[in-house]
Ligand binder design. Structure first.
Ligand SMILES: Cc1cc2nc3c(=O)[nH]c(=O)nc-3n(C[C@H](O)[C@H](O)[C@H](O)COP(=O)(O)OP(=O)(O)OC[C@H]3O[C@@H](n4cnc5c(N)ncnc54)[C@H](O)[C@@H]3O)c2cc1C
Length: 467
């Protein structure tokens, strides 16, 4: 069986890995348009003094509670290399009218559950706190269908709590607009809490009691010691040893299907043939590839919007800082009107990522519906201005790196579940074709890994049915 996979990000690499590991006779070809593997995962390791800066350009960690990331790392022999976040300085702040205020203790599933901590917090007014308390008595909505994160959380906890506290945490993950993001596609468990417990806070507490944290687990977020690129490197190593055909600088232009065979045309003019195909490209790229033979499917794929973002990492001498970076960083609510979305104090969150005596900070820029400057110099200037305004840093960084991610973050907006249903139905008509990647059912690395595995299973099922 010949399988072609298009897109060498984590989803495509995972699909290739599971295909060559599980299907003994699979001949896997992986095509990547870029000159490196990993897609959004890219790590710069910069030697400096007696140590290294580990600079992540895209994702900087993955969620351990979704099993597929840890499972893959363990299979690849990276289990012992996974580092958790610093347990000694866990503060997270929220920017509120130009001040950094601590996130209240007791957030469970991003829902505030500690009444004392909320009462003490300055992030929400007394009126807003009283409104949050109504969560315990407002009956669940009988609504049948989807609603936005913004509408849902405002309905339960009030608009103020949503805008000042919850929006930067939830929408930040997608760089999205919470008043557009679909609850069903992003945080469906919140609606379950409402239905099953009649209150988000009560439900989140009950869920926490039911799943006491595993004493062996170090942290909810993990990353390999020298960066997420370790996962990419191990996957490539494993694929090479399984004799997969790995091609960089190979851009797919078009896909056709004739006589039970898939034909992929490359920008070199070459055409590859295979029994099955997995598209692990962004949904809008997959749309272009499929346009000429599956226009309806292509049009649904194209309708998934993507937001552009950038990250700017800056390193400073500790002595140049004007305040202690005593936590993981801060998030910035949309209502603050800043271009930056969040700022991670990387060398506190992961102390091994900067040499002693230095601090590494990462500013995350861009969110759905907001324009950001699209060149390195302006992005660097914007990040420095953010650090000056909020942290009072005026010194020049000793090094900086800018990574621009054009149309990188899919937006699971209202209507996304219906788009997925139509895509799934259309795929039924095309046995041997599967999709993987962050555009559909999860944007995080573990979800993307899982999507690759599921795509391989779909193909295997369909081919065994056909034979
Ligand atoms: C700035 C940023 C921070 C993030 N932070 C986190 C985080 O901390 N934790 C987390 O879990 N997730 C995070 N994410 C999300 C996560 O990184 C992505 O969702 C995930 O890496 C996407 O993987 P993918 O394989 O689906 O897509 P991609 O990584 O986009 O891979 C798709 C690949 O397809 C290739 N391609 C495109 N067109 C063609 C073509 N025509 N022919 C051949 N190849 C093609 C591309 O070059 C690319 O390599 C972050 C994302 C960004 C942008």
């Amino acid at each position: 069986m010949k399988l072609t996979i298009i897109g060498g990000g984590i989803a495509g690499l995972s699909a290739a890995y599971y295909a060559s590991r599980n299907t003994q006779h699979a001949q896997v070809t992986l095509l990547e348009s870029d000159s490196r593997w990993g897609g959004k995962i890219t790590t710069d390791r910069v030697a400096f003094d007696d140590g290294n800066f580990i600079i992540e350009g895209g994702p900087d960690t993955f969620l351990a509670t979704k099993p597929w990331g840890v499972a893959l790392c363990k299979e690849l022999g990276l289990g012992e290399r996974l580092q958790g976040t610093n347990p000694t300085k866990k503060n997270t702040y929220v920017l509120n009218r130009n001040r950094l205020l601590p996130l209240p203790d007791g957030l469970a599933m991003m829902i505030p559950t500690n009444v004392q901590a909320i009462l003490k917090s300055h992030l929400v007014s007394w009126f807003g706190k009283a409104r949050m308390g109504l969560d315990f008595i407002i009956p669940p909505h009988s609504l049948n269908g989807d609603e936005s994160i913004g509408a849902f959380v405002s309905r339960r906890l009030g608009r103020e709590a949503y805008e000042n506290l919850i929006e930067p945490l939830m929408s930040g993950i997608y760089a999205g607009d919470g008043d557009q993001l679909s609850l069903a596609s992003t945080f469906p468990y919140l609606r379950d809490l409402e239905i099953n417990y009649g209150s988000l806070a009560r439900g989140a507490l009950e869920m926490r009691k039911k799943s006491p944290s595993n004493p062996g687990s170090r942290s909810a977020f993990l990353t390999p010691t020298t960066g997420l690129a370790e996962i990419v490197e191990k996957l490539v190593e494993s694929l090479k040893s399984n004799r997969a055909d790995l091609r960089l600088n190979a851009r797919a232009l078009r896909i056709m299907h004739h006589a039970d065979t898939w034909h992929v045309t490359l920008d070199t003019g070459d055409t590859l043939q295979s029994d099955s195909i997995i598209l692990a490209t962004p949904a809008f790229v997959s749309a272009t590839l499929l346009e000429s033979f599956a226009p309806t499917l292509a049009s649904d794929l194209k309708s998934i919007p993507y937001a552009s973002t950038a990250t700017v990492s800056l390193a400073y001498r500790q002595s140049d800082l004007t305040r202690e970076l005593d936590g993981y960083g801060y998030v910035i609510p949309r209502r603050e009107g800043r271009k930056a979305l969040a700022c991670t104090w990387t060398s506190t969150k992961f102390p091994h990522r900067a040499p002693d005596g230095y601090a590494l900070i990462r500013v995350f820029v861009g969110r759905a519906g907001q324009d950001i400057p699209w060149n390195e110099n302006d992005l660097l200037a914007l990040a420095k201005e953010e650090l000056n305004l909020t942290l009072g840093i005026t010194a020049e960084p000793i090094l900086s790196r800018v990574f621009m991610w054009d149309k990188a973050m899919p937006q699971y907006n209202l209507g996304h579940p219906e788009i997925l249903k139509r895509i799934d139905a259309a795929l039924e008509d095309h046995p041997g074709l599967a999709l993987a990647g962050n555009g559909y059912r999860g944007i995080g690395i573990p979800d993307c890994i899982h999507s690759g595995e599921i795509a391989v299973k779909k193909i295997a099922r369909e081919l065994s049915r056909a034979n």
